[in-house]
Design a protein. Structure first.
Length: 182
C-alpha cells in the first residue's frame, strides 16, 4: 500500500527471487525469516519466503509466476510450502527446465511455477522443455495431473513426470489392503 497505493493486492506477481540457503544468513535474519514465514522450516532457502509473501500479495484470481530452483519441487525443506500451494491455490502450470541451464552463469536447474489465487481448481499442466531451443520455440512435452494428486506423493512432491498410473496403483493397493482388514 505504501508504495503503490493498492490495498487489495496485485493482479500479477512475477519473480526470480534470490536463491540463498538460510544457513548463509546472519542469525538475526534467519530468526526473523523463521518467525515471519510459516513455510520456512529447517534447512530452507529464502526464495521459499519470497513465494509465501508473494502469494499473500495477490488479489483474488491474481497470478504469481516464479522461476525457482528445481529442488523446490521435491526437497523436504519445501514440503510445507508445496502443501500450502496445493491446499490454498491453483497450481495452473509447472514448467520443468531442469534438462539444461536456464541461466548461463548458474549451475542450478529450474522450474517455473504459475499459481493462481483461486479455490477453483482444474488440472495442473506439467510442461517439460528438453533444451533451451525447445523452450525458446515453445516445444514442450506435456501432460495434466489432478492437483490434489500431489498430496498422495511423498512430501507433497510436485513431480514433473507423469505419475498418474503410480498414484492409481497406490490407491488400488490401499483399497485392497483396507478390504482385507475389514
Amino acid at each position: 500500500e505504501w508504495m503503490f497505493g493498492l490495498q487489495e493486492g496485485f493482479d500479477v506477481v512475477i519473480g526470480n527471487p534470490p536463491y540463498i540457503n538460510v544457513e548463509n544468513l546472519s542469525n538475526d535474519l534467519k530468526k526473523l525469516i523463521f518467525n515471519l514465514y510459516t513455510t520456512c522450516k529447517g534447512r530452507t532457502d529464502i526464495y521459499v519466503a519470497f513465494i509465501e509473501q508473494s502469494l499473500c500479495l495477490l488479489k483474488d484470481k491474481g497470478v504469481c509466476m516464479f522461476i525457482i530452483p528445481y529442488p523446490y519441487a521435491k526437497q523436504k525443506y519445501a514440503t510445507i510450502s508445496r502443501k500450502k500451494l496445493i491446499d490454498d491455490f491453483y497450481i495452473k502450470e509447472i514448467l520443468d527446465t531442469s534438462e539444461y541451464n536456464v541461466f548461463d552463469n548458474a549451475t542450478v536447474k529450474n522450474i517455473i511455477l504459475n499459481v493462481v489465487n483461486t479455490k477453483v481448481i482444474e488440472d495442473t499442466i506439467i510442461k517439460k522443455a528438453l533444451t533451451k531451443k525447445s523452450f525458446e520455440i515453445n516445444d514442450f512435452t506435456s501432460f495434466k495431473i489432478n492437483q490434489k494428486d500431489f498430496l498422495n506423493l511423498k512430501d507433497n512432491r510436485l513431480e514433473t513426470i507423469d505419475v498418474s498410473k503410480l498414484i492409481e496403483l497406490k490407491n488400488k493397493t490401499i483399497y485392497l489392503m483396507n478390504l482385507k482388514k475389514g
